[in-house]
Design a protein around this ligand. Structure first.
Ligand SMILES: Cc1cc2nc3c(=O)[nH]c(=O)nc-3n(C[C@H](O)[C@H](O)[C@H](O)COP(=O)(O)OP(=O)(O)OC[C@H]3O[C@@H](n4cnc5c(N)ncnc54)[C@H](O)[C@@H]3O)c2cc1C
Ligand code: FES
Length: 389
């Protein structure tokens, strides 16, 4: 195993002390200010966003409601992967291992958002994300090139249901747990492994990870350390360059009792599809939880009739025709709805449909219920719509 000590950059002591001061008194004050701002008369006179802008100018960690997080340290895990340890302000409501956050960045004057799993959760307001740099990737390149210790980023509250049962439910944890990952998919399952160690989980844990070679092994040193600490951990690293792709046959050879494990799996789409097929065909009764980092699931391609979409928040109107989802149509019309994964996972693009019929492009389900929450990226209009957008 690669045991090279990862490079680390640390923030100044002043930055850390400054942060502590920011996070102590702020939440109750922010709640008071927010409730004052919610008074109808005040709402009519003061724009919420103007206050947010003023607070950000005063100090980047200050916000009425948003989670702001300062980069505490950066670890270079592999040639193309870095871990950013963040300390969040007091709006952070905590997370379960396996969940993700949406991280906002302003790049070339445009606000963009991407989804990152939490790779570690330590003290109450400490969290980490581990980002692989994609060659043509807008946000991953930007984070690698520009983010430094002391910088402040805006993140969402944690979301997602790819999690281990709550730590208080130790008794309900399965007796055998398989954490299965490939490439950067290691991040959420690493958080789970750390959490199992902290809970003193006594069942059997198999941690099976595939990457290209030893150089590409993220968290190499810590995995080795955990292996020495956790006698119930079976750690397997599979290097595809030398051993070929880790397929279901190779996995079964490693774990002949695979059917007895509850599995949490994360990795690129193509690899996950083949693993899913194995579980469906060979292990239909075994528990499998999974999360994809890669491209979107295959969405239904159904030609829709022309529809007019009225947006009640912005007052905009746009039309749709063809098979694309509402997010794409809104963007084509010059709107910039919030979005993250573009695959129906992260809920960033969620909005209320006040009226009309939409079709879910993953399930094919048609829905005409008024005031329902829809995800723009996996919904298509099947009639004129009114959206709170
Ligand atoms: C639930 C969830 C959790 C995630 N957690 C992590 C994480 O912990 N660490 C991490 O590094 N990434 C994670 N991702 C992926 C991350 O959200 C971004 O997609 C990734 O950082 C690329 O963004 P970008 O702006 O650099 O690339 P973009 O500018 O969006 O895309 C550039 C090119 O890269 C391709 N591409 C984009 N994303 C991927 C991908 N994930 N795999 C393969 N090709 C891709 C695109 O097709 C495009 O050709 C997660 C995604 C999801 C949905
Ligand atoms: S952008 Fe993530 S659910 Fe739509």
């Amino acid at each position: 195993m690669n045991t090279a000590t990862p490079a680390k950059t640390q923030p100044s002591a002043a930055a850390t002390a400054d942060l502590k001061t920011q996070t102590r008194a702020w939440p109750s004050m922010a709640r008071q200010v927010t409730s004052w701002l919610d008074q109808p008369l005040v709402t009519a006179m003061v724009r919420h966003s103007a206050i947010e802008d003023a607070l950000a100018a005063l100090h980047p960690m200050l916000s009425l409601s948003q989670v702001r997080a300062r980069v505490v340290s950066i670890t270079v895990e592999t040639p193309d992967t870095k871990t950013f340890v963040l300390q969040a302000n007091a709006h952070w409501q905590g997370a379960r291992s396996g969940q993700f956050v949406r991280l906002q960045q302003e790049i070339n004057g445009k606000r963009v958002e991407r989804v990152y799993s939490l790779s570690a959760l330590t003290e109450p307001c400490h969290l980490a994300i581990t980002v692989k740099r994609h060659t043509d990737g807008l946000v991953s390149q930007h984070l690698h090139a520009t983010l430094k210790a002391g910088d402040v980023v805006t993140i969402s509250q944690a979301a997602g249901d790819f999690c281990l049962p709550e730590s208080t439910e130790q008794k309900t944890l399965p007796k055998k747990i398989l954490l299965l990952s490939a490439g950067s998919g290691i991040t959420p399952v690493m958080a789970m492994l750390r959490s199992l160690r902290e809970q003193h989980y006594t069942g059997s844990v198999a941690f099976v990870h595939m990457c290209r070679n030893a150089q590409d092994l993220i968290f190499a040193a810590e995995l080795e350390h955990l292996q020495a600490q956790m006698l119930n951990l079976q750690l397997v690293t599979h290097f595809s360059q030398a051993q070929g792709r880790l397929d279901a046959k190779a996995l079964t050879a490693l774990l002949p009792d695979l059917a007895d494990y509850a599995t949490w799996m994360c990795g690129p789409s193509g690899w996950m599809d083949s693993m899913h097929a194995h579980w469906q065909q060979q292990l239909p009764n075994a528990t499998l939880h999974s999360e994809r980092f890669g491209s979107a699931p295959t969405l239904l391609v159904i030609e829709g009739a022309a529809a007019t979409i009225a947006c009640t928040t912005t007052g905009a109107t746009f039309t749709t025709q063809g098979a694309d989802n509402l997010l794409v149509h809104a963007e084509r019309a010059g709107l910039a709805p919030k979005h993250g994964c573009r695959m129906g996972i992260c809920a960033s693009c969620q909005c209320t449909k006040t009226s009309g019929t939409v079709q879910n492009l993953i399930t094919g389900e048609l829905s005409s219920a008024p005031n329902e929450t829809i995800r723009l990226c996996i919904s298509a209009a099947r009639s004129d719509l009114t959206l709170a957008l």
